[in-house]
Write a protein that binds this ligand. Structure first.
Ligand SMILES: [Zn+2]
Length: 456
């Protein structure tokens, strides 16, 4: 079997070398081929002294990249991992092949792996992860993920008794993962803008995991993320070991309580879900024994994750372009929530057309899970709908109670923009999908022309 392992290792290295020579991305295929030759390759690769895995519905890539950058800065280099690769078996196997030399000797100090939730029971025992950091489990694309409870069931089968978990205390489903493993919790205390219950149409965690009665909340930050309690049996969310207690966006800092004291850290990004990701990273490095000053210096140097937001102003109107991942109700609902909480009078352009799915008939279910109701407000003066799915969005908006006269839609996306309400609005939100990216760029150009024409 050792012979088979070396055949696989060398094949993967040769393929990777050849692909890089041809300027192809060598982040999946070498590992895929190696696994064909030696199915237990991941188990046979010499383990790095430290292996950290990152999983969860949203924020995997951001958090694993932050972790890898911090490893580099905090004395854990050289760092390997699947930063540019896939988070399933092929990508992880490629990362492991790259972490050893041609003789099979480990040549990195640390491996940071982003792992797809569904693959955690297969991958984690083989790579012998020392840590698993889970951002949270939420409703995701229906056809791939069914329900978060189903994904939880898969992750809860991971057989790594010594692996330490770093879990989100405020996300009640993932916080209950792998009850027998050692664990640390991160979370956030009450913050301005909290509500006292989940406000979305979809609440994926309505019932007490202990007695099955309806849960109450001390506070909710977004979706079902917050501090829950059960009025019937006294169950509460786990107490966070690392708790964000204040966020100062002006000073770009966050305050974090841990072990009886409070520490101020630089804020890597001000979006709340990224603050959770940062708290998770601080928890990991503190547990690794890294000094506070070193963590602080590291966080000050790492770049904020590439923003999904971009904003500019023309003729006194702010235009905000946001990437909205379609087929996935919660991220879209969070964007609708952001729009409704933004001040002033607003126009919204929905260019969420999941065009790659247009030939399938049943993939609009997510539209009925998303909170279009958040958009039915007096200060949202117009909702323009463009793209292949426009009729579906219009029906959904009407069902949400949006007055028909506020909805504009049309066959030709760019021509429809002529009807954009540019008078009397303070901001325009362009919510666009990956697949409508080119359209979004053209639309931005046209919106700028409209606003500048209005100014003169
Ligand atoms: Zn209960």
């Amino acid at each position: 079997m050792q012979f088979r392992y070396y055949c696989a290792l060398w094949s993967a290295k040769l393929i990777g070398w050849g692909m890089r020579l041809l300027h192809r991305s060598a982040s999946y295929l070498p590992g895929r081929v190696a696994l064909r030759i030696c199915p237990d390759l991941m188990r046979r690769v010499q383990k790095a002294p430290l292996v950290v895995a990152v999983s969860g519905t949203d924020g995997k890539t951001t958090t694993s990249n932050l972790t890898a950058d911090m490893m580099q800065l905090c004395g854990f280099a050289p760092v390997g991992g699947n930063r540019y690769g896939s988070n399933t078996e092929g990508g992880v196997a490629t990362a492991l092949v790259n972490s050893v030399n041609w003789l099979g000797r480990c040549r990195v100090r640390t491996v940071v792996l982003e792992v797809d939730e569904h693959y955690t029971p297969i991958i984690l025992p083989q790579v012998r992860a020392d840590y698993l950091l889970v951002t949270g489990l939420f409703r995701d694309s229906l056809q791939r993920n069914a329900h978060p409870e189903y994904v939880f069931g898969k992750m809860d089968r991971v057989d790594c008794p010594d692996m330490k978990l770093i879990l989100n205390a405020d996300e009640l489903r993932s916080s209950g993962l792998l009850k027998n493993n050692p664990r640390l919790y991160f979370g956030a205390g009450p913050l301005p803008g909290d509500t006292d219950r989940p406000e979305n149409l979809i609440d994926d965690m309505p019932y007490c995991p202990r007695c099955g009665k309806r849960l109450g909340y001390d506070y909710v930050h977004y979706a079902h993320v917050g501090r829950a309690h059960c009025p019937s049996c006294g169950f509460t969310s786990p107490a966070p070991d690392f708790c964000v207690t204040a966020i100062d966006t002006a000073a770009n800092t966050l305050r974090l309580a841990h072990g009886g004291g409070e520490t101020v850290y630089p804020l890597v990004n001000e979006a709340l879900y990224n603050i959770y990701n940062e708290a998770a990273v601080i928890a990991l490095f503190t547990d690794l024994g890294v000094a506070e000053d070193t963590i602080r210096a590291g966080l000050a140097q790492i770049k904020p994750p590439e923003s999904r937001f971009s904003a500019w102003t023309a003729g006194g109107v702010q235009v905000v372009k946001v990437l909205a991942k379609s087929n996935n109700s919660l991220p879209v609902s969070l964007l609708f929530d952001h729009v409704r909480k933004s001040p002033g009078r607003k126009a919204v352009i929905l260019a969420v057309d999941d065009l790659q799915e247009a030939h399938s008939s049943e993939r609009i279910a997510w539209i009925y899970d998303a909170d279009y109701e958040f958009l039915v407000r007096d200060d949202i003066v117009q909702i323009m709908v463009v793209g292949a799915r426009r009729y579906d969005h219009v029906v959904r908006l009407l069902l949400a109670g949006c007055p028909e006269e506020k909805i504009v839609y049309g066959e030709d996306e760019l021509a429809t923009l002529d009807e954009l309400a540019v008078e009397g609005v303070d901001s325009i939100f362009l919510l666009q999908d990956n697949t409508s990216y080119d359209l979004g760029t053209q639309a931005e150009k046209k919106i700028r022309q409209l606003l500048e024409a209005r100014k003169s």
